[in-house]
Design a protein around this ligand. Sequence first.
Ligand code: SF4
Length: 316
Amino acid sequence: MNGPLKRIDLKVAFGCNNMCVFCVQGKKREKHQPKPLAQLRGELKRGYEDGGRELVLTGGEPTLHGEFLRVVREAKKIGYRNIQIQSNGRMFRYPEFCRAAAAAGATEASPALHGSRAEIHDYLTGAAGSFKETVTGIMNLKKAGFRVITNTVVTKPNTQDLPAIAALLAKLGVDQFQFAFVHILGSAAANAKWLVPKKTVIEPFVKHGLDIGLAAGLRVMTEAIPYCFMGGYEEYVAETIIPRTKIFDAGTVIEDFGKYRLNEGKAKGPKCPSCAFFGRCEGPWREYPELFGWGEFVPCRPAAPAAAPKRRKRGG
Ligand code: SF4
């Protein structure tokens, strides 16, 4: 993504009270301690000086950082306009925590919901009771005035549940939801055989879910699902609108996540150059074709030109 830096993604802590079977962080939680407040303050300042005005506080589970609310207050004091908390949503089951986070300056929350029922969500998160806590959290966030943008990781166990997830999110009154195709890294790579669905299989369920969200007036997005699986729904491909983002990770900084995605994260197949979306498409995460090959990726045809108006016959 070109253009000036807009968003800072700050990883605050790496531990988590979920144990998601698709977690891209994998064993990072065992290797890295939560960042000390002084380091976080420094990274917030650097990000702002570099031009970042939107902030995403993430992890691991950022709300488990012992000084989380101080981090939010620091970010607001520095001048960030939009402060999003990317979370598994469980801490928001406490209404007073929601209110405190809002008072500290957080404006947006991105909780993760991976099933419409406890059996599916808790199975995927590896945490009994997490579905109930996250759903309660979403309701509390809305009551506290947050804009709520949820994320659902699309996997084999929840593919058929996507329309029901969309219906539940509409009922909960979220502002936006996103379906993100599982990225085969960390725990997801270890579980790939039973976890990763084929993109041709998820396509109808994704579209059905999007339809439900759109009918309810929600903003909807998808991630890591290329255009060749999104026929008729191309405008919901998130990669085209993700702002330029810098990531402060554990011991490393990714200056431009868009460039990183293109150069190191994603890949295109042998037939892609003939696709109508070749210039706009990032392709899938590169681990996907390593698992399933390129057979499903059928290049899109250019849209048919509008029919020319018929000429009237002379004298007609
Ligand atoms: S460029 Fe390749 S991956 Fe992207 S939409 Fe076209 S065929 Fe699919």
